[in-house]
Ligand binder design. Structure first.
Ligand code: SF4
Length: 481
């Protein structure tokens, strides 16, 4: 039988593969629930978190004496089927869907990672990106690992000492780990969860009738029928077993949640710090209308990420809201390389204008962010060709001018259009009649959190955890090897 390679999911939800939207650094899920089908709960949890990573997926499960891991490249629904899930039996499980931020997108780097020592096994799943990985690697005996990811290094360090419990090992190690990490990990009997002292990436705890769930977003709790209990605190380590949930603090909390989760990364039906993401995005649209008003006939979103802010803009401005672009959500999920002719269609593969809605109208197009500008340039051109008389672009985030080192794979500063151009130059470059970005203060206010509790570094260059540029980068371990 011919072996068919699975795709790497790199043609995810981007409208233009050459102008990729910011990519998240994974979704994590964990469940401790004797008597439940934990691998299926994890599968559905990962399904709800698929937007956070589309390159690979994996589940680790244990029935009390042995950890089994199954992982592969591709989307959750491509990696798992009924027969695979049927072999993953136990009372606790963790799962992961990956977008690579440290280490290449290859099978070996898919998660959960697994380490076994005399003391037993340890499986670990990580959302975020560490910024002192080479320092951590140096703590391992030479030759102990051929790890190319920050997550493998962490797994090896946690599992190393058979004389120390995993809980104590984590409490000792985590204060030394720098960067963003929302972790779920497990040995044969116990589920653990931990969040970095800044709480950059989200992580929440939920309750099932017969157990507990930990997940990157509240939307993943909803899908498995778990009731939201609370957020895992920055600097907190949870241990979950038959004795219940135990909390241990390994560092003082210095909350700096990622502002970009509100803009784009998190699902609209997720709640962060008590505030629904959809409500925040609609409010950003209202503020955008106040900050950048313009006379027009119709407000349309770039589907789907621009939709909530476009609704807010229309509500505040009184200009009708409409659907001017239709998105084919499925075409980009193919793993067939497009032919040259198809590739030249570019964004038209994914978006098609509704001519009868657009023709003769002055349009306001609302999008969530501008990375390189290619997508917006193509959209403006497409709308003009469909008969729009004016195209005004409004963006529900401030200009992204700085790279992220905490788990979001933006382009480099040189590739970010706002890294070198002013707003008027960007307007000219994308060919819009006018261009307006929400202010950083406006976006921050919409979250209802004070600025000091947020990471806003990709917008203002102020990094809450100091960066040593020699020790960061996607291929930092591969380069040093
Ligand atoms: S730099 Fe931007 S994307 Fe990265 S954690 Fe901070 S706010 Fe989020």
């Amino acid at each position: 039988m011919k072996h068919v390679l699975k795709g790497d999911g790199r043609l995810g939800h981007d409208l233009d593969p050459q102008d990729r939207a910011p990519q998240d650094a994974c979704g994590v899920f964990g469940v401790w629930a004797p008597g439940e089908d934990v691998s299926k709960l994890t599968y559905y949890g990962l399904y709800a978190l698929q937007h956070r990573g589309q390159e690979s997926a994996g589940i680790a499960v244990s029935e009390g004496s042995r950890i089994l891991v199954y992982k592969d490249m591709g989307l959750v629904a491509q990696v798992f089927d009924e027969s695979v899930l049927g072999t993953l039996r136990g009372h606790l499980a963790i799962g992961h869907c990956r977008y690579s931020t440290t280490g290449s997108s290859v099978w070996e780097n898919a998660q959960p990672t697994l380490s076994s020592s005399d003391g037993g096994g340890l499986a670990l799943a990580h959302n975020g990106n560490l910024i002192n990985t080479p320092d951590l690697m140096a703590r391992l005996p030479s030759g102990a690992t051929r790890a190319t990811t920050d997550t493998e290094v962490l797994t090896s360090l946690l599992a190393r000492d058979p004389g120390t419990s995993i809980e104590d090992a984590a409490a000792d190690l985590l204060p030394e780990v720098k960067g963003a990490y929302s972790l779920v990990f497990m040995d044969e009997k116990t589920l653990y969860a931990a969040r970095d002292p800044q709480g950059i990436r989200p992580l929440v705890l939920g309750r099932l009738d017969r157990g507990w769930v930990v997940a990157s977003e509240t939307a993943a709790l909803d899908i498995v029928g778990a009731v939201f209990t609370r957020e895992i605190e920055p600097g907190e380590l949870l241990t979950i077993d038959e004795r219940g949930v135990r909390s241990r603090r390994f560092a003082l909390a210095e909350p700096k949640g990622c502002l970009f989760e509100y803009v784009y990364l998190a699902r609209p039906d997720t709640t962060i710090a008590g505030r629904g993401v959809q409500a925040t995005r609609v409010e950003v649209g209202r503020k955008l209308a106040r900050e950048h008003p313009v006379e027009a006939d119709l407000v349309i979103p770039t589907p789907e990420s621009g939709t909530p802010a476009a609704i807010g803009y229309a509500q505040e401005s009184g200009i009708p809201y409409g659907q001017g672009l239709v998105k084919n959500s499925y075409v980009g999920r193919t793993f067939i390389q497009p032919s040259q002719t198809i590739r030249q269609l570019g964004i038209r593969l994914k978006l098609n204008p509704l001519r009868e809605v657009i023709a003769g109208k002055r349009l306001i197009v609302v999008d969530d962010s501008i990375v390189r500008g290619n997508t917006q340039r193509a959209i403006v051109k497409m709308l003009r060709e469909a008969g729009a008389t004016e195209v005004h672009v409004r963006i529900s985030s401030p200009p992204v001018s700085w790279p992220c080192f905490y788990g979001i794979d933006f382009a480099t500063k040189a590739e970010l259009i706002a890294g070198s151009l002013e707003v008027e130059q960007i307007r000219e470059s994308i060919g819009a009649d006018s261009l307006g970005f929400i202010s950083l203060d406006g976006l921050t206010e919409a979250t209802t959190l004070p600025a000091e509790r947020l990471c806003r570094a990709c917008f203002d260059g102020s990094y809450p955890i100091p960066i040593d540029r020699d020790n960061v980068g996607k291929f930092v371990l591969e380069a040093k090897a």
